[in-house]
Ligand binder design. Structure first.
Ligand code: CTP
Length: 410
């Protein structure tokens, strides 16, 4: 599984099995996850922070009160960014503390502050594990929604045998993947996504284009694929790779994009037009390089087809989603486009706002729907924004009867 874009925080406690968690971190990294490690004071007696730092390529958090000069994150920000927490090896001590709501070090404080799922992987002496107070604490945490892995049974570090060994790193990572795998709520839905700019040639060396990086559309394509959709991406020229599992048609001009979209429209259920299509193209494309001549130059432009507007006239039952990048009157302009292009939904963003412009990895979007609903979302990663857009798409595909009964968590 690809964990690109996922943030996993691994809390390492003081147990002999701490060394096995080194492999857990290494495997998560190989799958593409961003991994932050928090070590308790006792954990550092078994494995050095340097080992985890070398593997995670991130500063290792060891002390609640140290100067955060190397990491932009305090316990609250780590708690917020995590898609998953793994506590391994989870000692009787940490299980007891969490069951009692104690937050007296970086690890416990971060876990208490997170809304992400927490996977607890106990490893301890088998008598400790069997102790009724430990078992009671595990039950308490399970009731709160903490996810537990059963320890393996076998020979323990101190020589005796029993149930208390840390499960194999591959099993821990497998469990993490199962938790992180998004719900396949778009399975069977065929989604056509457009992304990037178009380029309109002036002559063999020059063109008209715009600042679109394609990141938002690519994030939509990736997120839709992760949720089980059959995704076709029609992309203008961009500098990013096509997400795994997504079919790609590369185009350059608005006319080429129009043809690619039209040719595939019949076989799709949803079209999400995130591309920044050039509205005009040069009336004539010179076959030879235009030489500099005089102080002024006038370029005559002709209108490109409005791809989305055309689709709006033949949409049938398909769901059409537009994007509206604006500098002024965001909501009004987006609402007009929603209406005039016969869309089901439009995603508006003010490109002048910090964190919402071209080329950034984040966006600040408003989602306007046909029924007048406006969903105002805060600054978030483009991948997260993509998921929020797809939540709405899923509800529109399901129709009014099902919408609302399928709230996505997180
Ligand atoms: N769009 C399209 N074909 C075009 C222009 C735009 O399909 N020739 C789509 C875009 O992909 C986007 C939506 O229409 O989903 C709105 O694009 P935008 O450029 O914001 O709107 P325009 O209708 O071009 O209006 P204006 O440029 O005047 O704001």
């Amino acid at each position: 599984m690809d964990l690109k874009g996922k943030s996993v925080v691994v809390g390492v406690c003081g147990g002999i099995a701490a060394y096995k968690v080194v492999e857990v971190v290494s495997r998560l990294k190989k799958l593409g996850a961003e991994v932050d490690v928090i070590m308790t004071a006792n954990a550092q007696k078994f494995v050095t922070p340097l080992t985890f730092r070398s593997l995670s390529h991130r500063p290792v958090v060891t002390d609640m009160f140290s100067d955060p000069e190397y990491w932009e994150i305090k316990h609250v920000s780590l708690a917020q960014k995590a898609d998953l927490f793994i506590i391994a090896p989870a000692t009787a001590n940490i299980i007891g503390k969490l069951a009692s709501g104690i937050a007296d070090d970086m690890l416990t404080a971060t876990v208490v502050a997170t809304k992400a799922p927490v996977l607890v992987v106990p490893a301890m002496n088998h008598n400790m594990y069997a102790n009724p107070v430990v078992q009671r604490n595990i039950r308490i945490l399970k009731d709160f929604g903490y996810i537990f892995m059963e320890p393996d049974t076998g020979r323990m570090a101190e020589g005796s045998s029993g149930k208390g060994r840390l499960p194999e790193p591959s099993a821990i990572v497998g469990k993490a993947c199962a938790i992180l795998k998004p719900e396949q709520d778009l399975e069977g839905i065929r989604i056509l996504v457009t992304a990037g700019p178009t380029r309109e040639s002036i002559d063999p060396v020059r063109y008209i284009s715009n600042h679109s990086s394609g990141k938002m559309g690519y994030a939509v394509a990736q997120a839709a694929h992760e949720r089980g959709a059959d995704v076709l991406l029609v992309s203008g020229p961009v500098g990013i790779g096509c997400p795994d599992g997504v079919r790609l048609i590369s185009v350059t001009t608005a006319q080429e994009m129009h043809e690619a979209v039209n040719g595939n429209f019949e076989n799709c259920d949803v079209v999400i037009m995130a591309a920044a299509v050039a509205d005009y193209r040069p009336a004539e494309v010179s076959e030879r390089k235009i030489k500099k001549n005089g102080d002024e130059m006038v370029l005559r432009l002709v209108k490109n087809p409005d791809i989305l507007k055309t689709l709006g006239t033949i949409k049938g039952n398909r769901i059409l989603v537009g994007f509206s990048a604006e500098t002024d009157h965001l909501e009004d302009n987006a609402a007009k486009k929603l209406e005039s292009k016969n869309l089901d939904m439009i995603v508006a963003n003010d490109v002048t706002m910090e964190g919402a412009g071209f080329g950034t990895d984040t966006n600040i979007i408003k989602i306007l729907k046909r029924d007048g609903t406006v969903i105002d979302l805060p600054l978030m990663s483009k991948l997260e924004a993509a998921h929020r857009i797809l939540d709405e798409v899923r509800d529109l595909v399901a129709g009014p009867a099902q919408a609302g009964s399928k709230e996505r968590g997180g």
